[in-house]
Design a protein around this ligand. Structure first.
Ligand code: CAA
Length: 264
């Protein structure tokens, strides 16, 4: 049985293969309070350590994935408070999660909500998804990677427009066209969630160490230069030849059968 949280729900699905995290402060449009983010991190780390879990899905509720960091909570912070407490620093721990994280985004993904989606590995959007970085309207700037990640997703000009005006939001269709999300899932929130779980199940069928190696490699493309990235990819590629799952995967192909991975 899952832990009791107050700002999120966390449950295991599909016989324990999928960890589902639902942000659950709908009255505040899932504003990402410190307490909520601590719970998200705790659930992520719990699922990451659970040998049964193959993928993690994060979703919102009603009309929001998340409308950003909690403005009410941070409005009185002074520079020294933010700096000394390393405000939002712990969000970086999301990058250390090895299991794939799929965001199912419907409704608002604004500010920290958009940044949270970009911290995930795959983003699926519902038809009502709306992405934006409205921090400048509040006299601040994105603080959880938005200025760095958004340009990699949608290009400099569109990222600048969104960030500098604080007003030009991006709908689901454009987000898919630009590559901020992998695709739009038509229909209800339930249809979107079902699709995210289905993608998670497909990943959970793969060899877990190979999935983790692949995720590490793809993320390296974000963080390091091309030559270094290719070197890293090659050494992790070589490393897969040390796994029984590589032997099984290739043998199964030759025998025209489904692989039976040991580390699924
Ligand atoms: N923080 C705290 N509370 C929030 C919130 C946020 N980010 N976003 C919405 N809420 C609260 C509202 O205050 C309101 O609460 P009350 O009922 O107590 O008044 C409730 O959620 C519902 O919101 P609205 O009445 O505003 O709903 P709406 O449908 O009229 O508007 C919205 C929706 C356009 C998303 C609007 O709520 C909005 O603009 N929210 C703020 C978005 C934003 O600026 N996000 C960036 C935050 S800063 C950040 O994230 C910094 C960073 O990078 C670290």
């Amino acid at each position: 049985k899952g832990k009791e949280y107050t700002c999120i729900q966390a449950e295991l699905l599909e016989g324990g293969a999928i960890g589902l995290i639902t942000l659950d402060r709908p009255k505040a449009l899932n504003a990402l309070s410190e307490a909520l983010m601590k719970e998200v991190l705790d659930a992520l780390q719990t699922y990451d350590a659970d040998p049964q879990v193959g993928a993690i899905v994060i979703t919102g509720k009603d009309k929001a994935f998340a409308a950003g960091a909690d403005i009410k909570e941070m409005k009185d912070k002074r520079f020294v408070d933010a700096y000394a407490s390393r405000f939002v620093f712990h969000w970086n721990s999301i990058s250390a999660i090895r299991k794939p994280i799929i965001a199912a985004v419907n409704g608002y993904a604004l500010g920290g909500g958009c940044e949270l989606a970009m911290l995930c590995d795959i983003v699926l959007a519902g038809e009502k998804a709306m992405f934006g970085q409205p921090e400048l309207n509040l006299g601040t700037i994105p603080g959880i990677g938005g200025t760095q990640r958004l340009i990699r997703e949608v290009g400099k000009s569109r990222a600048m427009e969104m960030i500098l005006t604080g007003k030009h939001f991006m709908d689901a269709e454009e987000a898919a066209q630009k590559g901020l999300v992998s695709r739009v899932v038509p229909g209800s929130n339930d249809a979107l969630l079902a699709e995210a779980i289905s993608v998670g199940k497909q990943i959970a069928q793969q060899s877990k160490p190979v999935v983790a190696l692949a995720k590490e490699c793809v993320n390296a493309a974000y963080e390091i230069g091309l030559q270094e990235g290719i070197k890293k990819e090659q050494s992790l590629f070589y490393a897969t030849f040390a796994l029984e799952d590589q032997k099984e995967g290739m043998q199964a192909f030759i025998e025209k059968r489904k692989p039976d991975f040991k580390h699924k």
